[in-house]
Design a protein around this ligand. Structure first.
Ligand SMILES: N[C@@H](CCC(=O)N[C@@H](CS)C(=O)NCC(=O)O)C(=O)O
Length: 210
């Protein structure tokens, strides 16, 4: 039985990437196995046909927030969850907002139409792109305002919340609409630049060129 965290999923998935970032931030090696949503690999499956799934010491955990929190507690290395209850609530708040609202807009709406649709052999739906661009600008503005007041999303220390958001911004920046929207918010851009410069980010960045 492996004593390293084993993560099953797809490299481009932001949720999978976050769980890998947690391992890298803790300075702990992990093994990544490509498994499509709905797949079964080496006995590992997600009962709701999603990814990622973590297997560690023979136990499986799914849902990226559960995985991220578990890995942070379980692995040695600097804590990625604040001890202070208010800061912890802020972290949870931004993980939730990122995984729900921002994911729907940036990844499903913008990246899904601009980057994924052509790979699937279909034309981007320009109505969706136009609608979601408006929403994206508003949402990124909210994040920018937060980052004007603190270095990271939940205060002046890096937390899991930053590791949930950074992969979304990476893919968004690869679209024309996303790049333009990010240019409106220099503080958010600066935060992302800092995230992209981290060793953890460089070690886990998906090796695909879109
Ligand atoms: N709430 C889940 C969401 C995971 C999720 O939606 N993963 C995507 C990949 S980024 C997926 O498996 N999509 C497959 C589908 O929607 O059928 C988590 O946080 O792990």
């Amino acid at each position: 039985m492996s004593d390293r965290p084993q993560i099953f999923g797809i490299p481009t998935s932001t949720f999978c990437w976050t769980t890998r970032l947690v391992c890298a931030e803790k300075g702990q090696p992990h093994d990544f196995f490509e498994m499509i949503p709905g797949g079964v690999l080496d006995g590992v499956r997600h009962p709701f046909a999603r990814v990622p799934v973590l297997r560690y010491h023979g136990v499986t955990v799914y849902e990226s927030m559960a995985i991220a929190r578990f890995l942070d507690r379980e692995l040695p290395g600097a804590a990625l969850q604040p001890a202070d209850s208010f800061a912890l609530a802020r972290m949870d708040q931004w993980i939730s907002a990122t995984s729900d609202y921002l994911y729907d807009t940036l990844i499903v709406g913008i990246v899904g139409e601009r980057l994924v649709a052509p790979l699937d052999g279909r034309e981007p739906d320009e109505t969706i792109v136009a609608e979601q661009t408006e929403v994206m600008r508003e949402q990124l503005g909210v994040i920018d305002e937060i980052l004007c007041g603190s270095r990271y999303l939940a205060g002046d220390t890096l937390t899991l919340a930053d590791l949930f958001l950074a992969p979304l911004i990476h893919w968004t920046d690869k679209t024309p609409e996303g790049g333009e929207a990010l240019d409106l918010y220099p503080t958010l851009r600066r935060w992302f630049h800092g995230m992209a410069e981290r060793d953890s980010f460089k070690a886990t960045i998906p090796l695909v060129h879109i």
